[in-house]
Design a protein around this ligand. Structure first.
Ligand code: SAH
Length: 276
């Protein structure tokens, strides 16, 4: 059987990493909803080619070899390049918001190439969460589904990680485990430099090969709740080495601020080709 030409139009599906066996060159799909989509909506059948992704950067071209209502088996025909991923890893920490605006931000941040999202609880957060409730797990599952769908739609190779909610205090604490190359806290009406200016300065340094940290850079950007950060929160972050940055003279809503900040980072540092 001759293979279909490799084209951009092959359907792409994210599966659990354990469903891809690179050694045996086989993959399987057991998600019933996905099976229905493949069989009934896309009307693919044995012999059809698809692209399977593990959501962490592994992308394989596969051919369907067996199909039932409960399982689709595929042969792996080859590994593909993980496309559409930025050169830097940006994590956005932002509060939960009312009226579906957090969900909206999740989707847009995913489209813009975010690596990970941390829901945070701040002093003035309007929407809170109960760390212990099972509601937290349900919410996490829903947010992860939103991120996966958005990643699928915009043809990313990686599904952003949605971290469990945490308090701003814990995030900025000195014991925080991740060693960020850059940590920004967006603060309106602060003395901070414009984020775009800070990024351009970094880009210029990179072009001059003076930069000390290795690519891909690990960047954290923190955005506050509707009511803004308290003075203490800002002072604390400042003390912990966060760079306070402004997003300009207008006061943006939290979801706009997060999307705008990420868009600037991706434009200036994330989606550029590095010379030399
Ligand atoms: N209610 C507050 C505004 C909060 S805006 C007030 O009127 O003072 C929500 C969050 O978005 C802020 O905590 C900040 O992180 C971010 N933000 C909004 N506009 C910004 C700006 N111009 N510069 C930097 N951060 C901004």
């Amino acid at each position: 059987m001759s293979e279909q030409p490799l084209s951009k139009s092959l359907s792409r599906f994210f599966v659990d990493p354990s469903s891809i066996d690179m050694g045996a060159k086989r993959a399987r799909i057991v998600d019933l909803q996905l099976i229905k989509q493949i069989a009934n909506v896309l009307r693919l059948s044995v012999g059809s080619q698809v692209v399977i992704l593990d959501g962490k950067g592994l992308v394989v071209r596969c051919q369907i070899t067996q199909m039932s209502k409960k399982e689709i088996l595929l042969d792996i025909r080859g590994e593909m390049e993980a496309l559409a991923e930025p050169l830097i890893q940006v994590t956005v920490a932002m509060p939960l918001l009312r009226g579906g605006r957090f969900d909206w931000a999740l989707q847009k941040l995913t489209e813009l190439g975010v690596a990970s999202i941390i829901p945070i609880l701040c002093e003035r957060s309007v929407v809170t969460f109960d760390q212990k409730s099972k509601d937290k797990n349900e919410k996490l599952d829903r947010w992860r589904a939103i991120a996966r769908e958005a990643a699928e739609q915009c043809e990313r190779s990686v599904v952003p990680e949605i971290q469990p909610p945490t308090s701003l205090t814990d995030l900025v604490a000195p014991s925080a485990v991740i060693d960020w190359d850059l940590k920004f806290l967006c603060a309106e009406r602060s003395e901070g430099f414009l984020l775009s200016q800070v990024l351009r300065n970094l880009q210029n340094q990179e072009n001059g090969h003076q930069i000390s940290h290795a690519w891909p850079m690990n960047i954290l950007v923190v955005v506050g709740p509707e009511g803004g950060f308290t003075d203490e929160e800002i002072a604390n972050a400042d003390q912990m080495g966060f760079q306070l940055v402004s997003l300009g003279p207008r006061i943006l809503r939290s979801e706009t601020a997060s999307v705008y900040a990420l868009a600037q980072i991706m434009t200036i540092l994330g989606d550029i080709e590095i010379n030399g």
